[in-house]
Write a new protein. Sequence first.
Length: 324
Amino acid sequence: MVAAEHVREAPFLTEAWYAALESTAVRRKPVSVTRLGRRLVVWRDAAGRAVAQDARCPHRGADLGLGRVVDGCLECPFHGFRYDPGGRCVLAPCDGSQHRTRSDLVVKTLPVREENGFIWLWFGAPREDLPPTPWFSEVPAVRPQIRSFIWDVPFPRAVEANLDLHHISFLHRRYSFGIGPLLDPYEAQLEGDVIRTRGVLRKDNGDPYKGAGGVPLELSVHFPGLMLARFGRDIMATMALTPVDEDHTWIGWIHAVSIPVIGWLLKWPALKLEQWLTQPDDRRMLLSSTPRGWDLGASDKLTRADAGIGLWRKLYRERLKQSA
């Protein structure tokens, strides 16, 4: 039985680019994924370009992700029907190579861009003037090392957890090394499609902030789901979040350390800290939070320190109305 507080509606926001998976996940074989509640197949054509299409074969419904790439086309594993990168069926073996294939045997194809280590998919109406994929200019232009995983947490909760600065000294107290609970100063502002939050976590001694002490932190989101976390000047992490379905979120992490020479040595420890400690803590808390659904926090009572989350919720609601 589904709990009464679990809101099951998932109003996926379209007319946007979403990172579907890391580029290295798609090589010679096609890969099936679910994103925004939609089953898709991602593969590479003869030139190595990424292609994304509906995974359902229009002939008898087989999962094309179980097939193979032959002569630059995607071959269905069930009956061998082949589809080109544009989604058109170019061969129905049962009818013979000389037979003209039916015009309605078409697989819907999504616009694709492969940038910054991710394969991005456009979820929305087809158009010629697609906007650029989201990215942060602060992130170094290096070949990224991406680690991806799926959380059994709805997309809004996952995004908001990573826009939350003031939970660190409590939820992560085992390894936050005495970081104070007071978030002061703190600001959150919207710059186009980017929500930027900045603050200092420090101990509450009753004095105003004097420009020194505490831990400076920055959390930003390039709407709807590309995030950047900065810790001081030298450590940053970029994270792409994409809804899988109403209850799950795909997350791709990039860690970058800008300290010369030893930066690459610190990258892996940072990844492991995130994998073994931070993410499990966040996931545990989100799984116990209610409601789990897509109410966008209608029952929450936000405080001053949640201003970034409030901006994200407001922007999501506005974009939903526009896309509708």
